[in-house]
Design a protein around this ligand. Structure first.
Ligand code: ZN
Length: 347
């Protein structure tokens, strides 16, 4: 036994002779470990090195794919801002379902923009990546145009003070009897930076809508008086009752063409305050009407009335303005170049 042990211990280190030690002995396992160290460890190192190289390669490939996907995503969202938040189309669609209105005019700028965008979308889908990426569109601002019909009146001064408080500009569509009663107020509203617009001389539907000539003659009188009192040649018009109404539907299409040919820009409304549906509408109802009627619309033309009896319109105005400001709207007065909001023409 001793000789055998000596023989084993004489085995040169570095060259383990597995198999010479009895299976299961301490020597056997010691030799087994040495074999593992000398044979398996280098293989493991090679394997780890190979895996590291593969991992780095995969990481580089993945990063390249991520970069490509990111640039594609940027291109797509630039071409399709509506994928994120497009209320223009919603606005146009909402207009068609607004029960407070006659049907909208599909010639309006909003609708044209929506149609152009839909066409752009269709073209992009055919070739989404190789198309040149256009400059990002300017996000359309939410704009509210406050409009007051039938003034000026003693209420106008209260309205003007509120508008000044909130630094808001608005539009007043005025008639001749009111102008004759309150010429100083008409001058005041112009001096304070608001738009004065035409709303007919007599405001008598049965007379002005008898014919196109009747309307144009009346309108000319309205224009002359506005200019003589304020010095402003008015360019924007609100038809009494809107561009298409029960009194003018047989001549509405020709009337609109004639008015436009005479250089006037007319504006209907797409948001109704409801302040004229009864004698005295509670202020909170007016606020709520505007809130409901403005849903989904970026460009609001809001209809109010300015006359001695419309006290609750004045009372509601601060809340209406604050509500719109909180919802992200900026205010502006209408000009000839404002995007028109118009009812549908009768063919
Ligand atoms: Zn009116």
């Amino acid at each position: 036994m001793l000789r055998s042990d000596q023989a084993i211990t004489r085995t040169r280190p570095g060259k383990p002779a597995l198999g010479k030690a009895p299976f299961g002995s301490v020597q056997f396992f010691r030799q087994l470990i040495l074999v593992m160290l000398f044979a398996v460890l280098p293989l493991s190192l090679v394997a780890v090195l190979t895996l590291s190289i593969l991992f780095v390669q995969m990481k580089t490939d993945l990063q390249a794919q991520i970069d490509q996907l990111h640039s594609e995503l940027t291109a797509v969202t630039t071409l399709h801002p509506g994928m994120v938040a497009d209320s223009d189309l919603n606005s146009a669609l909402a207009l068609t379902t607004d029960t407070s209105l006659v049907q909208p005019d599909f010639q309006s700028g909003d609708q044209q923009n929506s149609t152009e965008r839909v066409n752009l979308d269709a073209a992009d889908q055919a070739n989404p990546v190789t198309e040149p990426v256009p400059e990002p569109e300017q996000a359309p601002a939410k704009t509210a145009y406050l409009t007051f019909d039938d003034g000026p009146s003693p209420r106008t001064l209260e309205i003007l003070d509120i508008l000044d408080t909130y630094q808001v500009k608005a539009t007043f569509f005025v008639t001749n009897p009111a102008l004759e009663d309150y010429p100083a107020i008409a001058r005041d509203l112009v001096d304070r930076g608001h738009t004065i617009g035409l709303h007919s001389s007599s405001h008598k539907y049965s007379e002005i809508y008898q014919s196109i000539d009747h309307f144009l003659l009346d309108l000319a009188e309205n224009s002359r008086l506005i200019e003589s009192i304020t010095g402003v040649v008015p360019a924007v018009l609100r038809f009494p009752g809107g561009s298409v109404n029960a009194y003018n539907e047989t001549i509405a299409a020709d009337l609109i063409d004639a008015v436009t040919a005479n250089g006037y820009a007319y504006f209907d409304w797409n948001c109704a305050s409801g302040d004229a549906v009864g004698q005295t509408i509670p202020p909170n109802s007016i606020v709520e009407n505007v809130r409901q009627s403005r849903q989904g619309k970026n460009s609001l033309v809001i209809l109010f009335h300015d006359s001695t009896g419309k006290k609750t319109t004045v009372q509601a105005l601060p809340d209406v303005i604050q509500d719109l400001q909180a919802d992200g709207y900026v205010f502006s007065a209408l000009t000839q170049d404002s995007v028109p909001v118009r009812f549908a023409k009768i063919p």
